[in-house]
Design a protein around this ligand. Structure first.
Ligand code: NAP
Length: 275
């Protein structure tokens, strides 16, 4: 990101932005004054359009793009559409990710590879094509990926996901070193338990292994966050976060104040992991 007087509005791309953490980040960046491209799978078109309307309501430009991040040509097309419609690309938030449960002994390789295709390859493609565009522009930039507390250490019954989020941490370090000379910082956020649909889908994925939910069915009172904490043995007293808790950290990483922070994976987890 250029430190000289900036004469353009910065443009951010957020993947997986139709709901949850991605939506929270997209709205926060719009409130911070950026124009925002919101991307998600084609079947999320309606909710994505609603997020774009909210961004316009904040006085910023918005563009919706259908993009499966596990397909490199679609990620390239998303970056191309960003530049042709909004003029440039300054911030990439590679947020899209999926949760997969299951033990090592019962590993279903197809499910594990699907998780890695979205969570590892998807982030790699976003980093790669955003970096190429930012280097071409010559004004620096911000690249940010979605890791997790599950990338900080292994958790039983959720190995495929832990591997994918540890890979994001490693990829973030490598990319940060490679892009330092271009004034592009590369960081990741590592949420703890945040109340979103992914928490619920991960809980469902884990039931086949733990049979946990048979004894502790999901209920309105506790929500998915409560059950995830039981399954992952998160210490009592740790709170469940909201998408805005992650968006606040991303807002800082995108700002000029974070220029001396790169290659880091920041835990946003109410103190589950200390790094
Ligand atoms: P979410 O509510 O499930 O939202 C994720 C969005 O990404 C969904 O709209 C989903 O669409 C989309 N998506 C799935 N596969 C995609 C693909 N191949 N290409 C593009 N978009 C795709 O998830 P979230 O809880 O907000 O999580 C956001 C990120 O934070 C993820 O990377 C997640 O791993 C990470 N994270 C979340 C938590 C948590 O507790 N929630 C904790 C740690 C890390 P569909 O619904 O159609 O699949």
């Amino acid at each position: 990101m250029s430190t000289a007087t900036q004469e353009y509005t910065r443009v951010a791309v957020v993947t997986g932005a139709s709901r949850g953490i991605g939506k929270g980040i997209a709205l926060r960046l719009a409130a911070d004054g950026l124009d925002v491209v919101v991307a998600d799978l084609a079947d999320q078109k309606d909710s994505l359009s609603a997020v774009a309307e909210e961004i316009r309501g904040l006085g910023r430009k918005a563009l919706t793009v259908s993009c499966d991040v596990s397909k490199e040509d679609e990620v390239q097309a998303m970056v191309d559409a960003t530049v042709s419609e909004l003029g440039r690309l300054d911030v990439m938030v590679a947020n899209a990710g999926i949760g997969v449960g299951g033990s090592v002994m019962d590993a279903d390789i197809e499910a594990w590879e699907k998780c890695w295709a979205v969570n590892i390859k998807g982030v790699l493609f976003c980093y790669k094509h955003a970096a190429r565009q930012m280097v071409k522009q010559g004004d620096g930039g911000r690249i940010i990926g979605a890791s997790s507390i599950c990338g900080q250490k292994g958790y039983a019954g959720i190995g495929a996901y832990c591997i994918s989020k540890a890979a994001v941490r490693s990829l973030t370090q490598t990319t940060a070193l490679e892009l330092r000379e271009h004034n592009i910082t590369v960081n990741a956020y590592a949420p703890g338990v945040i109340d979103t649909a992914i928490s619920a889908s991960t809980v469902s994925g884990l039931t086949s292994f733990y049979k946990f939910l048979v004894a502790n069915p999901l209920d309105e009172e506790h929500g998915a966050g409560y059950h995830i904490k039981q399954l992952l043995k998160i210490p009592e007293g740790v709170r469940t976060g909201q998408p805005s808790d992650v968006a606040n950290v991303v807002s800082f990483l995108v700002s000029s104040k974070s220029h001396f922070v790169t290659g880091q994976t920041l835990c946003v987890d109410d103190g589950v992991h200390f790094t």
